[in-house]
Design a binder for this molecule. Structure first.
Ligand code: SIN
Length: 536
């Protein structure tokens, strides 16, 4: 089957849905998503969206906090651009019907999280992402120009070389997409392809990301020839619920923003001597401090204590966290919550310019799968939702400007060729390799790294990669196999980037180079796109 659209958007979190809504007045949009439309990381976001919301607000301190959290690797121009768009982003979300929490004076109740010097986070109690996703899904659902393809997973991008002299100059023409239920590959031709596929937490054994976070956008863009940047900066959220059945449920940083204290099992608070902001230090510092405490005292977790705020306040401000913890037998109003760090957000991704466009023409990447320059070596809490809408706007403006003159025709695109592939009778290989990559990444490429551990991880992953490639061409593709191929690619990109950074900065901490080295290393880590792109 072959479909065409003006805009192909892959991913349906805040970035993809915002982009779709912004361009749908001017052209046809195909929205592709691996599961149901709202099965996204956005829906799980608790804390909120950091934004200075009025034109005379304090943009300077938000920019400074972003630069400090990013360990001076953020691009100052991009920081000013994204943070300056705060008023427009909040206005867009309100226009789409998002309802943020208000205080007793009926003003927006602004929260604070780690690394923020001021209260500037718009939230909907402790389920901000759920509210945003609800409103945006309702808006796209009723838009006549937007067609939604659920249970469809992108396999690879379709590109053509546009300059024979400069053979690496390419244009994106769409993507091959697997209809998971029908097991049929669809060829989609589009003037503009937008990757909004979210993060890659599933590359690690422990993550608070949803199951769909397999780094698909980064992997397919890289295979199509787009460079990726700063992949070594995986953010570990300091506080996810430690419980055998909880699947790393997030305990929002907003809980610390409202005064919660991290303690060891004997009750000792340990953040006071780590950073002037104590429990509200940037995430890399808090996650490392927890890791250190657990290793030093041989504990399985540390504890987050907000009991001093009283039951009524806690139940009203954090209803989702309260109910979820209670479901696991933990009453956070009377006892501290057991917590551990888990993979949460990748600051690197497809390298894009200030319009969200990658190195492949007409291929945009927005949201977590992109590296815009905003987050540097460590993302400031709640800046991600802001970035998602801001770059959706910038990408939409650029693609709309170009749409009128777009001359691309799609009949020449070759349909998917499955060659001599047969059905596999060895699905166990996929499950086994998946588990091995995630365990290896957790053990060797986690919060504290060494060159030896990274090399060990690289050897293992490259062996697994060989097996996957063989398997990939021999058997009919399934969504599990596509995701496995993507997590293996992303894992390798993370390790290779980490090996390149011979210093410790932000989220990359290595015992072999424990200091920051501004003289030699204050630059992004770039890995050029695969060349030539693998078959198909
Ligand atoms: C949280 O609520 O702690 C997560 C917010 C974020 O990652 O920005």
């Amino acid at each position: 089957m072959k479909l065409t659209a003006d805009f192909l958007v892959i991913g349906t979190g805040i970035a993809g849905l915002s982009y779709a809504l912004k361009v749908a007045e001017k052209g046809s949009v195909l929205l592709v998503t691996k599961r149901q439309i709202d099965f996204t990381a956005t829906r799980l976001a608790q804390g909120g969206i950091a934004a200075v919301s009025s034109v005379d607000g304090d943009f300077t301190s938000h920019a400074e906090d972003t630069m400090v959290a990013g360990a001076d690797l953020s691009d100052p121009e991009i920081v000013d651009l994204a943070i300056g768009m705060g008023p427009k982003v909040i206005e867009d979300l309100l226009n789409w019907g998002v309802e943020f929490s208000r205080n007793d004076q009926n003003k927006y109740d602004l929260a604070r999280e780690g690394g923020h010097s001021h209260r500037r986070i718009f939230h909907a109690k402790d389920a901000t992402g759920r509210e945003i996703e609800r409103a945006l899904v309702a808006a796209v659902d009723k838009h006549p120009s937007i067609q939604i393809l659920e249970n469809h997973i992108a396999i690879d991008l379709i590109t053509e070389v546009i300059n024979q002299q400069q053979t690496d100059e390419k244009r994106c023409l769409g993507a091959y997409v697997l209809d998971i239920e029908a097991q049929e590959v669809i060829t989609i031709g589009a003037h503009f392809t937008v990757l909004a596929t979210g993060g890659a937490g599933k590359v690690y054994l422990f993550t608070c990301n949803p199951d769909v976070a397999t780094g698909d956008g980064v992997a397919i863009a890289w295979r199509a020839g787009a460079a990726v940047a700063n992949m070594e900066f995986m953010q570990f959220h300091p506080t996810t619920l430690y419980h055998p059945n909880a699947k790393s449920f997030l305990i929002s940083e907003a809980v610390r923003g409202e005064g919660a204290i991290l303690r060891r099992s004997d009750g000792t608070a340990f953040m006071a001597d780590q950073h002037p902001l104590k429990d509200l230090a940037p995430r890399d510092i808090v996650a490392r401090a927890i890791d250190h405490q657990m290793k030093k005292y041989g504990d399985d977790c540390v504890f987050l204590d907000i009991t001093h705020k009283g039951a009524e306040y806690i139940q009203e401000r954090f209803p989702t966290i309260y109910e979820t913890c209670l479901g696991y037998g933990i009453d956070m109003t009377t006892e501290p919550i057991p917590v551990v760090p888990a993979a949460h957000y990748i600051c690197g991704g497809v390298q894009v310019d200030c319009h969200g466009e990658s190195g492949v023409n007409n291929l945009f990447a927005i949201g977590e799968c992109a590296c815009t320059g905003l987050h540097g070596a460590n993302r400031l809490a709640s800046n991600s939702l802001l970035e998602g809408v801001a770059f959706a706007e910038l990408a939409a403006q650029t693609s709309l400007k170009r749409l009128a003159s777009s001359q691309v025709e799609f009949p020449s695109i070759a349909p998917w060729d499955s060659g001599n592939a047969t059905d596999s009778d060895e699905e166990v290989i996929v499950a086994h390799n998946w588990e091995e990559i995630r365990r290896c990444m957790w053990s060797y490429v986690g919060i504290v790294r060494t060159t030896k551990r990274l090399n060990r991880a690289l050897n293992r992953i490259q062996l697994i990669q060989k097996e996957i490639i063989e398997y990939y061409w021999d058997f009919h593709i399934t969504s599990d196999l596509i995701e496995l191929r993507n997590i293996a690619t992303v894992a390798e990109l993370i390790v290779k980037s980490a090996l390149q950074r011979k210093e410790s900065r932000g989220l990359h901490f290595t015992l072999d180079f424990p200091e920051r080295d501004d003289l030699n290393c204050k630059h992004d880590t770039i890995i050029p796109g695969a060349s030539p792109a693998p078959k198909q």
